[in-house]
Design a protein around this ligand. Structure first.
Ligand code: FMN
Ligand code: SF4
Length: 672
């Protein structure tokens, strides 16, 4: 076995990075809060303590035009620089380096009049940008340089110049968005000038030992994006301008190809970073879906990159690096790439949060202290809420016991993990199992608890989850009708013609499960690239072979039904809902909205749509109409006269919500 490369130091612009693990840029929402610097300091310091070598902050704009929203963070004055000092000091105390990302959104700026190289509207922004004048372009270059100088003044070891994901620099580089006829448009050389002048200007202004990372879009994944030949020229120009290192960027935000969601295979884009490494003499960083040490190590061993960059996995586990270096993979709280509590929050203006680790970005709010009085705690139900509660209670010194009627830990996570593209949910179960065993929590499975079983405990936590919601419908007890648990847990046979009642997360999960034929591309990068038309040869502009994905059509005839009019599946997550809708559409799944359900009989599901009677001639009708709390035991437990706490689905059963479940289990355990 080869020696680990992850722990090997790396020299960059006069700085010795202590390992090859870099924390990727993540906007958290604290950047815009007056006291957010204290929170950021605590958040980043925990990761520095956890062994990471270099932290890249979330994007900060170099001027007022480049902010994401009107309130977005910028760095343009000495006063704003002073705000950052507390962050850089905290990180340096624990031996890590920190670079600030400079990000100008260009035509992606929301809620204002955006600016861009040309007045071409982004498909994901309702606002049409105005084209920057020549003098404004030159001023913007100066704004980047001043921003880097202020970052240096604030104690940052360097900056990352955000040149990918379709933001302003990328908009100058690509023909798709740059139709200028001055020195910043037209030829490739002219389109690269903006990026080149920024990097050269920062190098001249900030000196040789200032780290300049350039995040380069190796794959634009949009029509009329860069070709690989274009990228080769850009790499040479950015190197000549004085960059220290390249980071990898994958896909513009407007691209309709998943690049970080859970159905993207781990390290799916590592070979594209490998091309960048071949073409460059600078150190190169790999990114996207590198969530476990084995994946990271294999990228370095294969010589595809010099360092790995992990963003969300650092939310999931602040100690990721130390655990990786100490060969403790099983102890890592793995990011399952769900986006539910991080990216989905950012896109609706909420603070970044975290599904598997409630403490991330809440270092100053959720404080775990040893229990003042050690108690015996019974936790009934070993789903995400129950496991999180038993773990935290036990870490605080309580004697926790965890019971479940089923034969395995995980509750509804065991259902989620069976959905194609959601295999990462296995990792959440593996992590909790590892921690609970390490802590010595008494686990009793295959045991349906009665109140008497827990009468000698001091406090009882009811984490018994949910029951599927029954709907009132004529024929609901017809043999054609099934619940989602019949399909996903009991694995009852399902016919070829299916109607799914309900278009929330579970309805779509059932749709994914029943429409998946053939191998699962979430487990195979090459198949994933084929399905989503990603050009592995890099000959086509933007790295796209064809504009539309080609997914394996479903053998079943499936219809997802929704009561509400309008787009089916509108309530799905902001950053992943479009992928689920597109995937099912491409597999040929039908979607019907604005339905009134009339009855189920031998003919199938009878509905009314816009006043017209219709019959969906199906073999099965699968009800995915939400759930209700399972509190069957509550009264008997309360009769024991002990404190009884409800958590997870037993408390609130809106959707299957592991994020809320883990948080509520942790919060209750912190208060015991
Ligand atoms: C909450 C959140 C905020 C992000 N903000 C930024 C940002 O400001 N700048 C940037 O370049 N990338 C940003 N990203 C993208 C990450 O840097 C990274 O490319 C992406 O999450 C994939 O890497 P991962 O699988 O390690 O998370 C953000 C990601 C998340 C989850
Ligand atoms: S919310 Fe999901 S994607 Fe985001 S860090 Fe947590 S597990 Fe990873």
């Amino acid at each position: 076995m080869q020696a680990s490369l992850l722990g090997r130091p790396l020299q960059v612009s006069g700085h010795a990075l202590r390992t090859r693990v870099i924390m990727g840029s993540m906007h958290t929402g604290f950047e815009e809060h007056p006291e957010g610097n204290e929170h950021l300091a605590a958040f980043y310091q925990a990761r520095a303590k956890g062994g990471v070598a270099l932290i890249i902050t979330g994007g900060i704009s170099p001027n007022a035009d480049g902010v994401v929203t009107d309130e977005g963070a910028k760095l343009t004055t000495d006063e704003e620089a002073a705000w950052h000092k507390v962050v850089t000091d905290a990180v340096h105390q624990d031996g890590a380096k920190i670079c600030m990302q400079i990000l100008h959104t260009g035509r992606y700026a929301m809620m204002r009049q955006p600016v861009a190289p040309s007045a071409i509207q982004a498909p994901i922004n309702p606002a049409r940008p105005r084209a920057l004048s020549l003098s404004e372009v030159k001023q913007t270059v100066q704004d980047y340089i001043r921003c880097a100088q202020l970052a240096q003044q604030a104690g940052y070891d360097g900056v990352e110049v955000m040149g990918s994901e379709g933001y302003l620099i990328n908009q100058f580089i690509a023909k798709r968005t740059n139709q200028r006829d001055d020195e910043y448009g037209g030829s490739l050389e002219n389109r690269h000038r903006f990026a080149q002048e920024i990097v050269a200007g920062i190098r001249a202004a900030c000196g040789d030992d200032f780290i300049i990372i350039f995040r380069l879009s190796v794959l634009d994944l949009v029509e009329d994006g860069s070709t690989w030949e274009d990228n080769l020229e850009l790499i040479a120009r950015i190197e000549a301008a004085g960059a220290s290192m390249f980071n990898t960027g994958i896909g513009w935000h407007e691209a309709r190809i998943p690049t970080i969601a859970t159905m993207v295979p781990r390290a799916a884009f590592k070979e594209f970073t490998g091309k960048l490494k071949q073409a460059s003499s600078l150190p190169v960083i790999a990114t996207n879906r590198i969530n476990m040490p084995e994946v990271a190590e294999s990228i370095l061993q294969a010589g595809l990159a010099d360092a790995v960059c992990l963003a969300r996995p650092m939310l999931a586990d602040a100690e990721w690096t130390n655990k990786a270096l100490n060969q403790q993979s099983a102890a890592i709280n793995t990011c399952i790439a769900c986006n539910q509590a991080c990216l989905d929050h950012i896109f609706v203006g909420k603070l970044t949060s975290r599904l598997v680790n409630p403490f991330a970005c809440h270092e100053l709010q959720l404080i775990q202290t040893p229990a003042l009085k050690k108690k015996k705690i019974a936790v009934i139900g070993a789903g995400p809420a129950g496991m999180a509660c038993a773990k935290t209670a036990s870490e605080r010194g309580h004697q926790a016991a965890l019971f479940d009627a089923l034969s395995e830990l995980g509750g509804q996570l065991n259902i989620a993990k069976t959905i194609p593209g959601k295999q990462e949910f296995y990792e959440a179960i593996r992590y909790f199992k590892h921690e609970l065993e390490k802590l010595g929590v008494h686990i009793q499975l295959n045991h349906r608890v009665q109140a008497d079983d827990v009468s000698d405990f001091d406090e009882i936590v009811l984490a018994s989850g949910i029951h599927p919601r029954q709907i009132e419908l004529e024929g609901i007890s017809h043999s054609k009708v099934m619940t989602y648990l019949d399909v996903l847990r009991e694995r009852k046979p399902v016919g070829n013609n299916v109607a799914i009642i309900g278009s929330g997360g579970i309805g779509f999960d059932v749709g994914e499960f029943l429409s998946q034929d053939g191998p699962d591309s979430a487990l195979d990068s090459h198949l994933f690239q084929q399905e989503w038309q990603i050009d592995a040869s890099l000959e086509h502009a933007g790295g796209l072979t064809a504009p539309e994905p080609q997914l394996h059509p479903s053998k079943r005839n499936i219809t997802i039904c929704q009561r509400k009019p309008g787009m089916v599946g509108r309530t799905l997550g902001k950053t992943t809902g479009w992928i689920h809708r597109l995937t099912l559409k491409e597999r040929g799944v039908n979607m019907m909205g604005g339905l009134e359900y009339v009855k189920v009989d031998d003919a199938g599901l009878h509905v009314k749509q816009a006043g017209e009677d219709k019959v969906l001639e199906v073999d099965h009708v699968i009800v995915c109409a939400g759930q209700v709390p399972n509190r069957d035991l509550q009264a008997a437990l309360e009769a024991l006269g002990k404190p009884v706490h409800l958590i997870g689905g037993a408390e609130i059963a809106a959707e299957l919500d592991a994020k809320r479940a883990i948080l509520s289990g942790t919060q209750v355990a912190l208060a015991l």
